[in-house]
Design a protein around this ligand. Structure first.
Ligand code: C2E
Ligand code: MG
Ligand code: MG
Ligand code: MG
Length: 292
């Protein structure tokens, strides 16, 4: 009796919690099998020159196609993979797949194209990261400078000393490093003196405010000026409108990324996009694309 009452009490007090927990367990075991079942794929989003409109690089963005859940956002499963230790394997797959794709594009004649790959906090601290990176780079006939690692500013808060040490080690290998979501990490600007980065990615939230509020405009202007003064590249994220692109161009931003230019494209569509661009066409961004 007492036992039953206890159980029903738990049921009535924590139904949402239990449901969440069950969902999480379900998602976690599905995630464990996702690599073997080949449910991951990469999309590629162009990073374009503000002056010529040409694609300078592609950012690899992971997608998980689950048979029942459909397309699961990396915003949902990357944190889960970080928590349960799967991120190392998934990250290694991303790095290898992105390198293979860049090598294929190089072979197709896109000689100067670069590839950007996102790294999460746990991956950055993984002692096997260097081996994984160098193995994939050499394995596909690339050099470290072909690859740019995007790391969000917020990793610094978790373990600043380790982060700086890891950045230095990666930079020494010749990899390019960029600060993702620049301006959103609540960290002190003094890290710029110790992190050997080549670029910032101006967070989409600031770009979105252009033409809407004065503060966003000032933040964009300051970030772009800061990058210029430090001799770094700056890439505006989430450029969606012509008006935003014009603001950014006026402020001197050299590289754009966003739906205005191209959505993240599946490999075939990205290949087509590059081919059309080289042929002088308008690009293939309207075909075979996936949302966000
Ligand atoms: P992020 O690296 O800051 O990537 C930018 C996100 O903004 C991407 O979302 C992209 O699809 C989206 N985006 C691009 N242009 C626009 C635009 O014009 N408007 C809007 N509204 N959104 C735009 P996505 O692909 O869902 O990725 C979300 C985040 O997940 C990424 O943010 C990154 O932090 C993480 N992520 C994605 N792929 C990987 C991966 O392979 N490894 C790791 N560790 N993290 C990844
Ligand atoms: Mg990124
Ligand atoms: Mg970003
Ligand atoms: Mg972002």
């Amino acid at each position: 009796e007492a036992k039953n009452a206890g159980v029903s009490q738990i049921r009535s007090f924590h139904p949402a919690l239990k449901e969440n927990f069950r969902q999480r367990i379900g998602l976690e075991s599905a995630l464990r099998e996702a690599l073997d079942r080949k449910q991951f794929f990469l999309c590629y989003q162009p990073q374009v020159s503000a002056s010529t409109g040409r694609t300078l690089g592609m950012e690899a963005l992971i997608r998980w196609q689950h048979p029942e859940l459909g397309l699961v956002s990396p915003l949902h499963f990357i944190p889960l993979a970080e928590a349960n230790g799967l991120i190392g394997h998934i990250g290694a797959w991303v790095i290898d797949t992105a390198c293979a794709q860049l090598a294929a594009w190089r072979q197709a004649g896109h000689a100067d194209l670069r590839m950007a790959v996102n790294l999460s906090a746990t991956q950055l601290l993984d002692p096997y990261l260097e081996d994984t990176l160098l193995g994939a780079i050499a394995g596909h006939g690339l050099v470290p400078a072909d690859l740019e690692l995007e790391i969000t500013e917020s990793v610094l808060i978790q373990d600043p000393e380790q982060t700086v040490a890891r950045f230095n080690a990666l930079r020494q290998l010749g990899l390019r490093l960029s600060i993702d979501d620049f301006g959103t990490g609540y960290s002190s600007l003094s890290y710029l003196r110790v992190l050997p980065v080549q670029a910032f990615k101006l967070d989409r939230s600031f770009v979105e405010g252009l033409g809407k509020d004065e503060t966003s405009l000032e933040i964009c202007a300051s970030a772009i000026r800061l990058a210029q003064n430090l001799n770094l590249d700056i890439i505006a994220e989430g450029v969606e409108t012509q008006a935003q692109a014009e603001w950014l161009r006026a402020l001197g931003c050299p590289i754009f990324q966003g739906y205005l230019f191209a959505r993240p494209l599946v490999a075939e569509a990205a290949t087509e996009h590059l081919a059309q661009e080289r042929a002088g066409g308008p690009g293939a961004a309207g075909e075979l694309l996936l949302p966000g």
